[in-house]
Design a protein around this ligand. Structure first.
Ligand code: PHE
Length: 453
């Protein structure tokens, strides 16, 4: 498909919101708090912010350059830009990664739908033990969570099948501001609980003695996952950018929004967790066992407010997840649609079916009786680990190397400065990051993780 007949995002704001919509999702609100909680809180957060600035933003710009320059799906973009080198397969690996991510992501998104339903029906009323049991009973049920996950993939399918301009951009424009406002309301509620200060201390008072190689790799993986980096997702979205989008500025704005939402999520969860007595390292269930208590306890004087906020929160969380799943789905759909000459709808169906299979297997693996475990970890945990902590950083590593060392400097500069219309003051800093800083840091983190340094 040539550049001229590809649809573009309608406006600059649309670009920022749609790409931020991809970045902001369960990665920020569900994954960030439980990773931070598991890895010591403030120290993890600082390393995470370092990864976003030094690896995330340059990595995003690299993906944007590839996507906008070739203006095609991820596989074709890498194939064209990395012709004759091993980089040419990065796009294909990204597409496979995206199917795995969409599979396990939909399971958690499905949990949000269940919690939305339970909020509406008033089923999340009870003490801490009741809430913990509620999550346990629901998530280990073999049928229900799998059905919710499939429903979520189907919802994503409907929007993706309608195309980038009509579906993706509109959904993001409404949802992002609403999510911000609601997060602030819940932060205030959470911080007003007794003993909330302990949670704030946990999030902002770093204790570096707990930092080991797992914490650093965890922060790196979290940064890549949260910024949607390393799957070809940003490259696919950038293929819909027009020539006037300032790539560095957009990457910085998106990273800022994304990081703010993650910090907000931490501020929402940790004060409440400490107040209620839930351990911050409770893992993937953290937000599901903490927040229902906040909604009950903080608003006990006027329960209807807690009831409404709970419904609003789970609706927005599901929507935030949806704008991310749309972008993950789009990676595979754009590829099949453009390369296999199938209609957009047909292409979307193939991705949907593949993702539903992964989602059902991941969902079943959470109920331990299914036997779908690897080394004592559920398939869901394994997919999460392999994608975020291995495949995404690897994708980002190759992308930076390709832009830093292989793609002609003129092409990179033209894209970076919008063909000389921007001053591009930071061009040399960007190239230095892409050539040295990003690849070396990612390599060191990997070598350190696997015991070589
Ligand atoms: N960034 C998304 C989130 O934080 C998840 C995602 C990962 C989206 C990879 C696209 C690609 O929820």
């Amino acid at each position: 498909m040539s550049q001229s007949n590809r649809v573009n995002f309608g406006s600059k704001l649309g670009v920022i919101l749609a790409t931020a919509g991809s970045a902001v999702g369960l990665g920020n609100i569900w994954r960030f708090p439980y990773m931070a909680g598991h890895n010591g809180g403030a120290a993890f957060m600082l390393i995470y912010i370092g990864c976003v600035i030094f690896l995330g933003i340059p990595g995003m710009v690299c993906e944007f350059i590839i996507g906008r320059h070739v203006s095609a799906n991820a596989a074709r973009s890498y194939l064209t830009m990395g012709k004759g080198t091993p980089f040419s397969i990065v796009g294909y690996v990204g597409i496979l990664t995206s199917i795995i991510i969409l599979g396990f992501y939909s399971v958690v998104a499905g949990w949000c739908l269940q919690y939305l339903m339970a909020s509406i029906l008033g089923h999340l009323n009870g003490d801490s033990t009741y809430i913990v049991n509620y999550f346990q009973t629901f998530s280990t049920n073999p049928l229900k969570p799998a059905l919710w996950a499939v429903l979520f993939v189907l919802l994503t399918h409907i929007i993706v099948a309608h195309g980038v301009d009509k579906g993706i951009e509109k959904a993001s424009k409404l949802m992002m501001p609403a999510l911000f406002i609601l997060l602030i309301v819940i932060i205030i509620a959470s911080c007003s609980l007794p003993n909330a200060m302990k949670g704030i201390d946990f999030l902002f008072n770093p204790d570096f003695s707990k930092v080991d190689h797992n914490v650093i790799l965890g922060a790196l993986g979290q940064a890549f996952f949260s910024l949607s980096l390393g799957t070809g997702c940003l490259c696919t979205y950038a293929s819909y950018f027009n020539k006037h989008i300032d790539l560095l500025k957009s990457a910085t704005q998106i990273a800022l929004i994304d990081t703010l939402v993650a910090i907000f999520a931490g501020l929402m969860i940790f004060p409440a967790a400490f107040s209620i007595g839930v351990s911050p390292d409770s893992g993937p269930s953290l937000i599901f066992i903490t927040l229902p208590r906040v909604f009950l306890q903080a608003f006990h004087a006027i329960p209807i407010i807690g009831y409404v906020i709970s419904i609003l929160f789970y609706s927005l969380l599901a929507l935030a997840a949806l704008t991310s799943t749309i972008s993950i789905h789009e990676i595979g759909t754009a590829f099949i649609h453009e390369e296999m000459h199938l209609s957009r709808k047909g292409a979307a169906w193939i991705v949907t079916i593949a993702c539903c299979i992964v989602a059902v297997l991941c969902s079943l693996s959470v109920s331990s009786s299914s036997g779908l475990m690897i080394h004592g970890k559920s398939l869901l945990d394994c997919c999460d680990y392999i994608t975020a902590q291995v495949l995404l950083p690897l994708g980002g590593f190759c992308t930076c190397l390709m832009i830093g060392w292989y793609v002609p400097r003129k092409v990179v500069k033209d894209e970076f400065t919008n063909w000389g219309t921007l001053r591009g003051k930071l061009f040399h800093v960007f190239v230095f990051c892409a050539r040295y800083v990003c690849p070396i840091l990612i390599l060191m983190i990997f070598l350190n993780q696997f015991g070589f340094i």
